[in-house]
Design a binder for this molecule. Structure first.
Ligand code: DGJ
Length: 596
């Protein structure tokens, strides 16, 4: 015991020393007086680190990168050079507790040290009972003991079950699968015990708050069937919906997520009964049943961890909603995760979970951002990539439109280093203080227009901004922004590498039109954009003359938080003062005025 305390002190001091050596604005090695936490700022929720709000400009490593300190060595500096301030990295239960009760935190300590050496923060992904709707991360002593740690079962109807790339099972009847049942209390307790041990260790060694949050499990859900068909699960499904859940639904009836409310309403808003009686005979009842048991289980793991060290905790799932995923038996879909339709079930089952992280690979990026940001869930984009919108545009949109607290493309190992700013974080970090100051008060917005969309009028401050994707003069809508002032348009995202990347991004993506606007005074705005044009009009019922014009337009940059203007723009660069034309990704400061 004494030895462990001594080790912790030495390690904590060495981390503090590393902090002092880091290249820029080191975070002081504070006492644990103010640990990472969340706070409300208007309607937004902010991460607060060392007393200051923090925008996590993050990236997620491939699943197993940080299990090897050696593998990570050359990566830390590349990550920092690519302007990230936060890394999401998996920690493996099997590696941390190879034998029951015997813990090995050396890989985790290596990750903390590596991150600290580059002044980076970490969000750990607790890869434990569940990862991607299966269970590959528990230690062997858990995997091998099916009596103590029961498996979920699927019901096969002779349809092939293609799991990650090919038919594997074709069964008739019940089959145990490589997924631990969420009704297994012993599995839950073992996971919670290991998690608590890890959080205790982090509290002891991480005095500099390198670790700012934990995602508990990863993409939880069942696949192969819509619900667990193990004997315990079948019994529970045929029994009553727990009173705890019924009370939550009744207390929140008017504010429930609409998709859940509709399911409950269609079955008659019953206040008691079996799952099928309360939620109907369809697939939704199965998904709600699974969401309840997964959330109860993860909620207990979170509680055990928070009892040791209560930093922000997240859980995530694939992005679908009730019945939207492909039918599980046809492959690909998962049931029971913390998807938007099920937020209320998860809140009832796991009240200590702070956020439901979004893994967005869909082409409907804006739609999924909106669904994850509903009903007060802070937008924490734990994974993204691929789709029709490039990562730089996605980041700008998430922070500007939905007050995101974190944005994290997946599989950064092979994306960092070249190009030097793959995710646009250089520009976004310049704007971070302004973004944080304006979160949650209605003075900031963003837009991701499609090339074919009609112009959209957005009110911000005293003006209407009419925004559209740039169109070539007299020509059809542009597919991608044109070239103009300065350098070539930003590069698309490079492809991730690694095993099993079912959702890896495509090789190249055309830079998508995007803009973010921040209203900083009655007539003053800062904006970042690319491939959009903006016209201005006085907003209805605002003071002043009936016409609006462009006053001062400046290129520039924030240097140490202070605006340093570059060229002053008019004439050809503002279409003779008629409108703004964002060509390459750039920050502009502009003022408007009224005339008649
Ligand atoms: C989503 C998962 O959450 C990640 O851990 C990883 O497996 C990716 N899919 C692979 O594309």
């Amino acid at each position: 015991m004494k030895l462990r305390v001594l080790f912790c002190c030495t390690f904590a001091c060495s981390l503090a020393f590393a902090a002092g050596q880091s290249k820029s604005s080191p975070v002081p090695a504070t006492s644990a007086a103010q640990i990472p936490h969340l706070r409300k700022h208007g309607t937004a929720t902010q991460l607060v680190i060392d007393g200051k709000p923090f925008l996590a400009l993050a990236g997620e490593l491939h699943n197993n990168s940080a299990t090897s300190v050696e593998y990570m060595k050359p990566l830390w500096s590349k990550i920092a050079a690519s302007k990230l301030n936060t890394v999401l990295t998996g920690v493996s239960w099997a590696q941390i507790e190879p034998q029951e009760g015997k813990f090995d935190f050396s890989a985790l300590d290596g990750a903390i040290q590596g991150a600290r050496s580059q002044n980076l923060r970490l969000v750990l992904l607790w890869f434990a009972t569940w990862k991607n709707g299966l269970s590959s991360y528990p230690p062997n002593w858990v995997k091998k003991d099916s009596d103590r740690f029961p498996r979920a079962q699927m019901f096969g109807d002779n349809t092939p079950w293609p799991v990650f790339g090919g038919p594997r099972f074709q069964v008739n009847g019940n089959l145990s699968i490589e997924l631990f049942s969420p009704l297994g209390d012993a599995t839950r307790d073992a996971d919670a015990k290991a998690f608590a041990a890890m959080m205790r260790h982090i509290k002891a060694v991480d005095v500099a708050h390198t670790i700012i949050g934990i995602q508990v499990e990863n993409e939880t859900g069942i696949q192969g069937d819509t619900r667990d068909r193990s004997p315990a699960a079948i019994k529970a499904f045929n029994g009553p919906v727990p009173q705890e859940l019924m009370s939550y639904l009744q207390a929140h009836k008017d504010t429930l997520i609409p998709e859940l409310r509709k399911v409950w309403e269609a079955a008659g808003f019953k206040t008691s009964g079996t799952w099928a009686e309360v939620f109907g005979n369809g697939r939704a009842a199965d998904e709600i049943f699974m969401a309840w048991y997964f959330s109860r289980y993860i909620g207990k793991v979170v509680e055990a961890g928070k009892a040791e060290y209560p930093i922000p905790m997240i859980t995530n799932c694939p992005q679908e909603g009730f019945g939207r995923a492909p039918a599980p038996l046809k492959g690909g879909g998962q049931s029971g995760g913390a998807m938007p339709d099920a937020f209320d079930i998860w809140r009832a089952g796991g009240p200590k979970i702070d956020m439901f992280g979004a893994d967005i690979y869909s082409n409907d990026y804006a739609g999924f951002c909106a669904r994850y940001a509903q009903s007060g869930n802070p937008l924490f984009i734990a994974e993204t990539g691929g789709g029709s919108v490039d990562v730089k545009a996605k980041a700008i949109y998430a922070f500007g439109r939905h007050d995101a607290c974190a944005f994290s493309p997946f599989g950064i190992d092979s994306m960092v280093g070249n190009p030097s700013d793959p995710f646009g974080y250089d520009l976004i970090s310049q704007l971070s203080p302004l973004i944080l100051a304006h979160q949650g008060d209605g003075t900031m917005t963003a837009i991701l227009p499609n090339a074919s969309d009609p112009p959209k009028k957005i009110q911000l401050g005293n003006y209407l901004l009419e925004v559209a994707a740039t169109r070539p003069r007299g020509g059809p809508p542009a597919q991608a922004p044109g070239q103009g002032r300065g350098q070539a348009a930003g590069q698309g995202q490079a492809q991730g590498q690694g095993r099993g990347q079912a959702q890896a991004p495509p090789q190249q993506q055309a830079p998508a039109p995007v803009a973010m606007f921040i209203s900083t005074g009655p007539d003053e705005y800062y904006a970042i954009g690319r491939g959009v044009t903006v016209y201005f009009y006085p907003a209805p019922n605002t003071p002043g003359q009936p016409l609006a014009g462009l006053g001062t337009v400046e290129e520039g940059a924030f240097v140490n938080g202070k605006w340093v203007p570059g060229r002053l723009l008019a004439g050809d660069d503002t279409e003779q003062g008629q409108y703004l034309n964002f060509r390459n990704l750039e920050i502009l400061r502009f003022t408007l005025y009224r005339y008649h």
